[in-house]
Design a protein around this ligand. Structure first.
Ligand SMILES: Nc1ncnc2c1ncn2[C@@H]1O[C@H](COP(=O)(O)OP(=O)(O)OP(=O)(O)O)[C@@H](O)[C@H]1O
Ligand SMILES: [Mg+2]
Length: 317
């Protein structure tokens, strides 16, 4: 594979993309699913596409893959317009609900996909075997897919998405239905793809995974882009340098009410600013509390997501 990271065109680009679906009686009304989507994904990036249920992630990905058509605007894949079939052989795609001919085994299915991509028999066999191992299906390589659990089907879907040695991989909820071992395996695959200089664009609800994997993320709310950026920019530490103090027992009377943020039985949590810390620790000592931990409060992607999703309005009409 020849992946050129210096290529100036982005791996994916969206310009004012809008999409609505026909709804209602006789499908006479339309409801916006995507509104004026504009952003790029650079080559070699691992890019997370985040949003609540129904926010338009799958619609975006289906539009890219040519499965639904945008009302207006444009998307490009590897610098090519969607209508140009030349990008298809260079892109891997895992649908949200992968569908298989369920009488086939993983080996047969991957061989079939390899034929569609015009791969030679030896390359098909070699890649299918390697991918079956990588996604952990080696013990089920000759089992008909109809006997597969949801997580096993998801793993096969991932293998299928990688069979053509793609430069760009588009994954719609790759962790969905996977147990912790499966999730860790998918994380490993995504990191491997990144090391090889490929681009990965994936949608997810599993925010800790996005947090560990992504160079950048986009946050979608009701079909509109809320934020695009690097995680360390989005998750700025609170300017006030807040610290959380976990204490056990004692009398908290010396601690201002506003600093006491939680109580569970004997334990209490306090939030204080850095300059307040020393005085707080002294007050705790006087009150006879034990200090269990002091930690800086760093906003997680989960906190950010909850905050942004909680904001109403701004959605499509
Ligand atoms: N074929 C369709 N016909 C009509 N409306 C649709 C269709 N597909 C999706 N929608 C609507 O478009 C909006 C976006 O759906 P989409 O599946 O893109 O969301 P999503 O972000 O992928 O959600 P999830 O996290 O649940 O997978 C939703 O309001 C959904 O009801
Ligand atoms: Mg979806």
């Amino acid at each position: 594979m020849n992946v050129s990271s210096s290529t100036p065109t982005p791996a994916l680009s969206f310009a004012h993309l809008s999409k609505s679906y026909a709804v209602g009686f006789l499908a006479r009304q339309r409801r916006a699913a995507l509104t004026d989507l504009t952003f790029d994904v650079a080559r070699g990036e691992v890019f997370g596409y985040l949003g609540a249920n129904g926010s338009g992630k799958t619609t975006t990905i289906k539009t890219l893959m040519g499965l639904v058509f945008a009302d207006s605007g444009e998307a490009r894949v590897l610098g090519l317009p969607l209508a140009d079939p030349a990008w298809k052989a260079r892109v891997g795609y895992l649908p949200e609900q992968p569908y298989f001919y369920d009488y086939l085994t993983p080996r047969e299915y991957l061989d079939y996909v390899g034929r569609l991509f015009g791969l030679s028999p030896s390359v098909r066999t070699e890649r299918a075997n390697a991918l079956i191992e990588e996604v952990g299906l080696q013990d089920s390589r000759d089992v008909a897919v109809r006997r597969f659990s949801k997580g096993m089907a998801q793993r096969l879907g991932l293998a299928q998405a990688l069979l053509n040695d793609p430069e760009l991989v588009v994954l719609d909820e790759p962790m969905s239905g996977l147990d912790p071992i499966g999730r860790s395996l998918v994380r490993g695959v995504i990191l491997r793809l990144k090391r090889e200089g490929r681009t990965v664009f994936f949608s997810t609800h599993i925010l800790p995974d996005a947090e560990t994997l992504c160079d950048r993320v986009a946050l979608l709310r009701e079909g509109r882009l809320v934020k695009v950026g690097r995680l360390d920019e989005i998750l700025e530490r609170d300017d006030r340098n807040l610290l959380e103090v976990l204490v056990s027992g004692g009398d908290l009377a010396g601690i201002p009410e506003a600093s006491r943020t939680g109580r569970m039985g004997e334990r209490a949590t306090l939030q204080v600013t850095e300059p307040e810390l020393l005085a707080t620790l002294e007050a705790l000592k006087r009150g006879g509390s034990r200090v269990l931990s002091v930690q800086p409060i760093r906003q997680s992607l989960e906190d950010y997501f909850m905050k942004e999703m909680g904001k109403g309005g701004g959605g499509p009409a």
